[in-house]
Design a protein around this ligand. Structure first.
Ligand SMILES: Nc1nc2c(c(=O)[nH]1)N[C@H]1C(S)=C(S)[C@@H](COP(=O)(O)O)O[C@H]1N2
Ligand SMILES: [Mo]
Length: 365
């Protein structure tokens, strides 16, 4: 299964205060606000090769390939910008202040751009164990005017947030902003990045259009066949539409079910142990005695689901929803939770306040 550890790291980070009230700047659809000085750490936590000096190399379809040392970058003119951060796992932190060097300033020799006519895409590569990368069309790089950030909120970037230097690309989900930037490569052809190729993140990454994940590749026939078998174990079934089905006793341990639709399903006793259900739709599902231990439920919608006798211990709950605060027909959209629902109380810290108190009250009632 893909890097579920990456998501668990996020859930364990309890330093941030979540809140879903309104602010001045509107946030993209289906995002929740994070407040306070800290923000969640997503993905890799440490750079690789920490012993050699930091530098940034520009290469590929370029007229020259300069390498800038960290000191050289620090000595360049700095800008401070307010940039809205939107993570694909549904948290946003609007108007964060980032200070650093405009990428544009590294890519021009007076007015002449460094790239050649062949360049169409730009790949951003991290100094990390997996050579983490992401890419963008050159036209978007020019338009979005990214910065190589050295500071966030007036302080040097923390190592786990990409220090000493990271990309910050405004206007895209945050996975387009590589931490510990080490190389920027101009390319003729597109090269999909780590999340885009390994986790099915949408290559467009526009938060306003909710370009979170690639469209599912499952055909209707395959989906039907697998639904009938009730055996989803270890399979990649991203985006599967199984709504309104009788799937009692479903076997789905370690399945990849990101963005899956299980609305109003009978899922009594279903086994989702270790499954990735991030952003899945489970509204009004009957989940009595289902097993979600160690599952990824980030951004999952469980409003109105019946969770009696259900086990969600060790599940990652960032951005999960258990009730719809603004729905009129409140009752039908409140998850049914009681003492028989097994929840690890610490994992509730990953929820926004109102969701957290809803679940706590329901358990203690
Ligand atoms: N090198 C590297 N950069 C990365 C990632 C990663 O795993 N490795 N994760 C991306 C994702 S998915 C997000 S949301 C942001 C998270 O940045 P943060 O940890 O500072 O919040 O970094 C992006 N850049
Ligand atoms: Mo992300």
């Amino acid at each position: 299964m893909i890097q579920s550890s990456d998501f668990i790291v996020l859930a364990r980070n309890r330093l941030c205060v979540y809140d879903s009230c309104m602010t001045d700047s509107p946030i993209p659809p289906n995002q929740q606000l994070v407040r306070g000085d800290r923000w969640p750490i997503v993905g890799e936590r440490h750079p690789g090769d920490i012993d050699s000096p930091w530098s940034l190399e520009i290469c590929g379809c370029v007229a020259s390939s300069p390498t800038f040392s960290l000191d050289e970058i620090r000595a360049m003119p700095q800008v401070t910008r307010q940039i809205d951060v939107h993570c694909v796992t549904r948290w946003s932190k609007p108007a964060m202040s980032f200070t650093g060097v405009r990428l544009r300033d590294l890519l021009h020799d007076s007015e002449t751009p460094i790239w050649t006519d062949e360049a169409n895409f730009v790949s951003f590569v991290a100094r990390s164990e997996r050579n983490h990368s992401t890419s963008l069309p050159l036209s978007e790089v020019r338009e979005l005017d990214p910065i190589i950030a050295l500071q966030a909120e007036g302080k040097p970037l923390a190592t786990e947030n990409g220090g000493p230097m990271r990309m910050v690309v405004p206007g895209k989900y945050f996975y387009k902003s590589v931490k510990w930037i080490r190389r920027i490569k101009f390319m003729k052809e597109e090269r999909l990045g780590y999340w885009e190729s390994e986790a099915g993140y949408h290559n467009g990454a526009d938060p306003w259009r909710e370009e979170r994940y690639m469209a599912p590749t499952l055909t209707k026939q395959t989906a039907m066949r697998v639904i009938e078998s009730r055996d989803f174990r270890d399979q990649d079934l991203r985006g599967i539409n199984a709504s309104h089905r009788d799937l009692a006793d479903l076997q789905a341990s370690d399945a990849l079910l990101r963005d899956a639709d299980f609305r109003s399903c009978n899922l009594q006793r279903a086994n989702f142990r270790g499954a990735n259900l991030s952003n899945s739709k489970l509204q009004r599902a009957d989940l009595q005695a289902a097993n979600f231990t160690g599952a990824d439920l980030e951004g999952a919608d469980l409003s109105g689901a019946d969770l009696r006798g259900c086990d969600i211990r060790g599940a990652s709950l960032f951005g999960a929803t258990f009730f719809q605060p603004d729905a009129n027909e409140t009752d039908s959209l409140r998850a049914i939770i009681d003492r028989s629902t097994q929840v690890d109380l610490a994992s509730l810290d990953a929820l926004v306040d109102e969701q957290k108190s809803f679940v706590r009250n329901a358990i203690e009632f």
